[in-house]
Design a protein around this ligand. Structure first.
Ligand code: ATP
Ligand code: MG
Length: 531
């Protein structure tokens, strides 16, 4: 009962000068007292022995003398109109609440629950359910049921299109009202058996959008009577709102599916592109590495050859001179002894120099190990030593080299490639030291692994650069000095050997690169020579 209806009735009672009145509508009762000027809800109002004005769904009982018939009739009409207007306002409020509830969700389940509950409330029914049409299977499926003795027992069950009440409404689009279901053959009794609910009356309308049936909306058992034509119009109004909301939800779902599919496609395309880019970068790194190796190999072979030929001549001539000097020894008089000693000394110096040159050439060959691009067991110290000899001109007296070499077992590897790693690490360390500094080269054997550390007291690496170090092309060196491929190649070689290249650095204090390699080749490391 709205306040506005009660206020209107109060004005009417005032005009009729009724001291007290009781309004009974359905289960509710309100007492009006003219002296206090208001209404009060009262479950047990006092019995009044005055005129009774019958109203739709109740009555208005007055205290005092009987009203003249004309006044009685007028009062009766006025009271009924006031009640109707109040009820219409209530319904309008409930329908707009339903509309709001339906349009506040974009998911089908979010719409159907409130739809079922609001339909039952607006129609003052005990129970309600929503069935949605599965066009492909030609069946209606229960989606939601509310109220009644059971909940959820029907959800998922279906009824064929054209069968039963719901099926007929969906097929024809016309509403069905049954005020007494007893003996009506259209009513499917199995539904009541499934829910334990007893259907006495029902109203079922189609949910339609642009001439297409989407489903049906059903309300069961009106409290206090059957369903009126007004109830039918009301439920159809709610069903029409529901149809728009359901269609919107379906559109939204299709849109979401398309967005998800498109996002998936884009993700896949992105992955393919990243894969292609990675392959491209790997190929580029490989090409540069094999170019480098080939160029280095040719250079070393050329230098070794060029040096070896004159070195051979110088060393055999020195040998001959030495032997000649020894033959002359007995024949030289005391005056020539000083000269002989000097010549012996010069020959010895020449022989030493030749041996050193020969050592350098051997080191060059050891470093390039061009003949050893395949897997071998190698002494890693040899590679380290020759790398230090070959890079001496870069550090000379400026940088102190401290060697802390432990006992290393022979390691199964591609020695030429591992030497290339040593070369890159040592050259980087030298270049990181401006002016004087120290490079420590440490080696250790640890179970089935060997560990080589190259530690420098150079400029260090800022944390934000650490993760980019092994990316091909990353360099902080000026153009022409660094290609940024050194560490990328090292990392690839080490990975192909089943090892690991780690780095720790403190900006301004120095950097340590740690190379860990397995002593024995594991079965999957088969591609190192192609690294
Ligand atoms: N020991 C180190 N100390 C400080 N920074 C280093 C050290 N080693 C590498 N870096 C940094 O990592 C970058 C990449 O090194 P990388 O060896 O890959 O390339 P590069 O030395 O710049 O060029 P390239 O090796 O082709 O001559 C270097 O430019 C430098 O900034
Ligand atoms: Mg480098």
């Amino acid at each position: 009962m709205t306040d506005e209806t009660l206020a209107g009735l109060a004005r009417l009672l005032d005009r009729l000068e009724v001291p007290r009145a009781v309004l009974r509508i359905g289960e509710g009762a309100w007492l009006h007292d003219r002296a206090s000027g208001g209404w009060a809800g009262d479950a047990q109002p006092p019995p009044l022995d005055g005129p009774v004005i019958p109203l739709p769904g109740g009555a208005l009982l007055l205290e005092g003398p009987t009203l003249p018939p004309a006044l009685h009739a007028l009062a009766s009409d006025l009271a009924a109109t006031l009640l109707e207007a109040g009820r219409a306002r209530d319904l309008l409020g409930m329908v707009s609440q339903t509309t709001l509830a339906l349009h506040s969700s974009l998911s089908l389940q979010g719409i159907l629950g409130p739809l079922s509950r609001q339909a039952a409330e607006v129609l003052d029914a005990e129970a309600s359910s929503v069935l949605i049409l599965d066009r492909a299977a030609s069946v209606l499926r229960w989606q939601v049921e509310s109220g009644g003795a059971s909940r959820g027992q029907l959800e998922g069950l279906s009824v064929p299109l054209g069968e039963g009440i719901a099926g007929s409404v969906a097929l024809t689009g016309s509403p069905i009202v049954i005020d007494d279901t007893a003996g009506d053959p259209r009513v499917a009794r199995w539904v009541d058996s499934a829910t334990g609910f007893r259907t006495r009356s029902l109203l079922c309308v189609a949910i339609r959008f642009r001439d297409q049936t989407l489903g049906v909306l059903e309300v069961l058992n009106k409290r206090g009577g059957g369903f009126s034509p007004e109830d039918v119009r009301l439920l159809e109004l709610i069903a029409a709102q529901a149809a728009v909301a359901i269609e919107n939800a379906a559109l939204y779902e299709r849109l979401e599916e398309r967005v998800a599919a498109r996002t998936r496609e884009l993700g896949e395309a992105n992955e393919r592109l990243s894969g292609a880019l990675q392959t491209l970068q790997d190929t580029q790194t490989q090409l540069v590495q094999s170019e480098k190796m080939a160029a280095l190999g040719m250079l070393i072979a050329g230098i070794a050859h060029e040096i070896n030929t004159p070195l051979g001549a110088v060393s055999s001539n020195t040998d001959l001179v030495g032997r000649g000097l020894r033959k002359l020894e007995g024949r030289v008089g005391p005056d020539g002894q000083g000269l002989m000693t000097s010549l012996h000394e010069l020959t010895r110096v020449n022989t030493d120099a030749c041996r050193r040159i020969s050592d350098i050439v051997t080191n060059l060959r050891t470093f390039a190990r061009l003949d050893e691009a395949e897997w071998k067991t190698a002494n890693l110290h040899e590679g380290l030593e020759s790398t230090l000899v070959l890079t001496r001109h870069l550090y000379d007296k400026r940088v102190e080299i401290v060697k802390d070499l432990g006992e290393l077992p022979p390691v199964e590897c591609c020695p030429g490639q591992i030497n290339q790693v040593f070369m890159n690490l040592i050259v980087n360390a030298i270049q990181a030291i401006e002016g004087a500094g120290t490079i420590r080269v440490r080696s250790r054997h640890d179970g089935s692994y060997v560990r080589i550390e190259v530690q420098d007291t150079g400029c260090g690496i800022p944390p934000e650069n650490l993760e980019k170090l092994f990316t091909a092309g990353f360099t902080t060196k000026p153009r022409g000095r660094g290609t940024g491929l050194g560490l990328a190649i090292c990392e690839k070689i080490v990975r192909a050997h089943g090892g690991r290249l780690g780095v720790e650095s403190r900006p301004g204090q120095g950097t340590t690169f740690t190379l860990t390699l397995p002593v024995h080749r594991s079965p999957q490391e088969t591609t190192a020579s192609g690294a």
